[in-house]
Write a protein that binds this ligand. Structure first.
Ligand SMILES: Cc1cc2nc3c(=O)[nH]c(=O)nc-3n(C[C@H](O)[C@H](O)[C@H](O)COP(=O)(O)OP(=O)(O)OC[C@H]3O[C@@H](n4cnc5c(N)ncnc54)[C@H](O)[C@@H]3O)c2cc1C
Length: 262
């Protein structure tokens, strides 16, 4: 069955690059390399594979500032057909509720049979946006999908990765899944893909294009309030014993005894 697949992707700072301003307690974003959220790369790959196998289209969408355009082009280079940037100053300060509401409105406009998200974003890490979109669109959802076994006219058979095993379930379509990295191995961009990504004309949606009341967007539409943000204090370094093994063992036993462990 040909599917209209929409994949939600988020541009995130490369975690190895993240630094905090110790005085302000905020992220230092200047000069930080941005990447497609790694879990979303698996979501894009699955969308492209489903399209290649069953026909249809794979469209990527992100809500973010203008520079998120690069993340969308990266997805085009690995096989996505279309890309939407949902961007407007009115979206600034959105929490996960407002983000998922805005994305849901954009996806409703784009049209879909299946929505795929990553299991979580590596910066916000809440894993709330995928399920939030499903709720706003009143869709069935399957989180932590590790395999799509079958795709039928009206439903899919999905394996979900649980803490202590795997659950196999049938999900009616249209629906939403979030994926884990076990689902596939994302491909590298081809030369043809890179050329298409460079020339591709992105589609853009602003607040005016979405059927949402102004009070539901951005900070005004966000019920979450951040009370404080801080980096955890660095751990004190441990004690290193140097010398012969039996001397080190004696020192270790003495420390353990002093602390009441032995
Ligand atoms: C009060 C408050 C104010 C905030 N203000 C800002 C702000 O001004 N600017 C800012 O950048 N962030 C802001 N944030 C953070 C923002 O809410 C989250 O980054 C965003 O909602 C995504 O949540 P997450 O990172 O936990 O994603 P998760 O829920 O962990 O992501 C799960 C999946 O959802 C999809 N997804 C998540 N976010 C997006 C997206 N934007 N576009 C497309 N798909 C997506 C991806 O598939 C992803 O794998 C704010 C948060 C709070 C609480």
């Amino acid at each position: 069955m040909a599917l209209r697949i929409v994949v939600c992707i988020k541009q995130v700072p490369d975690t190895t690059e993240v630094r905090m301003d110790p005085v302000k307690g905020t992220l230092i974003r200047e000069g930080v390399v941005s990447i497609v959220n790694p879990f979303d790369s698996y979501a894009v790959e699955e969308g492209v594979r489903l399209k290649e196998k069953h026909g249809g289209t794979c469209t990527v969408v992100t809500m973010g500032p203008p520079q998120a355009e690069q993340a969308l082009r990266d997805c085009i280079s690995v096989g996505a057909d279309e890309a939407y940037l949902v961007s407007d100053r009115a979206f600034a300060g959105s929490d996960t509720w407002a983000t998922s509401l805005t994305l849901a409105a954009a996806i409703r406009k784009i049209g879909f049979d299946l929505i795929i998200c990553g299991k979580q974003a590596i910066d916000g890490d809440t894993a709330q946006v995928g399920p939030g979109i499903a709720v706003h669109l009143d869709l069935p959802q399957a989180t932590y999908a590790r395999k799509i076994r079958e795709v039928g006219e009206k439903s899919m058979i999905i394996e979900r990765l649980l803490e202590e095993g795997v659950e196999t379930m049938e999900m009616p379509l249209p629906g939403l899944i979030t994926v884990v990295k076990e689902i596939n191995e994302p491909r590298l961009p081809s030369l043809k893909g890179k050329m298409r990504a460079k020339k591709y004309e992105l589609k853009k949606l602003t607040a005016a294009d979405l059927d949402l009341q102004p009070g539901k967007l951005g900070l005004d539409g966000s019920p979450t309030r951040v009370m404080k943000i801080f980096a955890p204090p660095p751990r004190a370094g441990g004690e290193v014993f140097k010398g012969e093994a039996d001397q080190c063992a004696d020192k270790l036993v003495a420390v353990l005894a002093k602390n009441g462990v032995v």
